[in-house]
Ligand binder design. Structure first.
Ligand code: TYD
Length: 171
C-alpha cells in the first residue's frame, strides 16, 4: 500500500538522486527529509499507551517490523544505506544513538523515549551506537527484507550520491 501523501514527504527523483539542488543553488542531501517524529501518547495512571498508523503518524505504509535487543556494550549496528527503504526507529526501552550521513552532512540523534521515533528516508548512510543496557530498538520498515536494497560499502554509497548530484546539476 502506498501512502497518498508520500510525494509530499519525498520529492520526485530522490530515489535516484542522493543530492538535490535547492532554489538557492546550494547542494543538499537526503538528510533534510529525516527527522524526529513525536507519536500520540495516551497517558493513564495504569500505564501509558502509544500507537502508530501507517501513513498517518509516519510517512509510509508498514510492510515489516523488526527489533534489535541484547546488544552488548560498545556494539555498533547498521553501517549501511538503503536504495528505496524508508524506516522509522524507536527506542522501546533504554537508549541509543543513530548517526545519519547523506554524503553531504552527518548528524547524531539520541533516542531514549518510546513516544518519539526517527524517520530515515532512502539513500542515507546510518549506524547505531551508544546502546544502553537493555535497550530495544524497534524498526518499522516500508518494504520486506531485500538484500539488494542495501548499500554496504561507504565508498559505493558516496559514489552513488555524487552521481545523483551530477544528474541533479544537469537537469
Ligand atoms: P542487518 O540489516 O545487516 O543488521 P544491522 O544493520 O543492524 O547490523 O541484518 C543482519 C542480518 O539479519 C543480515 O544477515 C540480514 C538479516 N535480516 C533478515 O533476514 N531480515 C530482516 O528483516 C533484517 C533487518 C535482517
Amino acid at each position: 500500500m502506498l501512502c497518498p501523501r508520500r510525494e509530499s514527504f519525498l520529492p520526485e527523483g530522490l530515489f535516484a538522486m542522493g543530492g538535490l539542488l535547492t532554489a538557492y543553488g546550494r547542494r543538499t542531501g537526503a538528510l533534510r527529509h529525516c527527522r524526529i517524529i513525536q507519536l500520540p501518547r495516551i497517558t493513564d495512571p495504569r500505564g501509558n499507551l502509544t500507537f502508530i498508523e501507517s501513513c498517518r503518524h509516519i510517512p509510509f505504509a508498514i510492510e515489516r517490523v523488526y527489533y534489535l535487543y541484547d546488544v552488548p556494550g560498545g556494539a555498533e549496528r547498521g553501517a549501511h544505506a538503503h536504495r528505496r527503504l524508508q524506516q522509522f526507529l524507536i527506542a522501546m526501552s533504554g537508549s541509543f544513538d543513530v548517526v545519519l550521513d547523506d554524503g553531504f552532512r552527518r548528524r547524531r540523534f539520541h533516542l531514549n523515549r518510546s513516544y518519539y521515533g526517527l524517520y530515515i528516508c532512502p539513500m542515507v548512510w546510518r549506524y547505531l551506537d551508544n546502546f544502553s543496557t537493555g535497550a530495544v530498538c524497534l524498526v518499522l520498515a516500508s518494504e520486506p527484507y531485500e538484500e539488494s536494497d542495501y548499500i554496504r560499502d561507504y565508498a559505493e554509497f558516496l559514489r552513488l550520491v555524487r552521481e545523483g548530484e551530477d544528474a541533479g546539476a544537469v537537469s
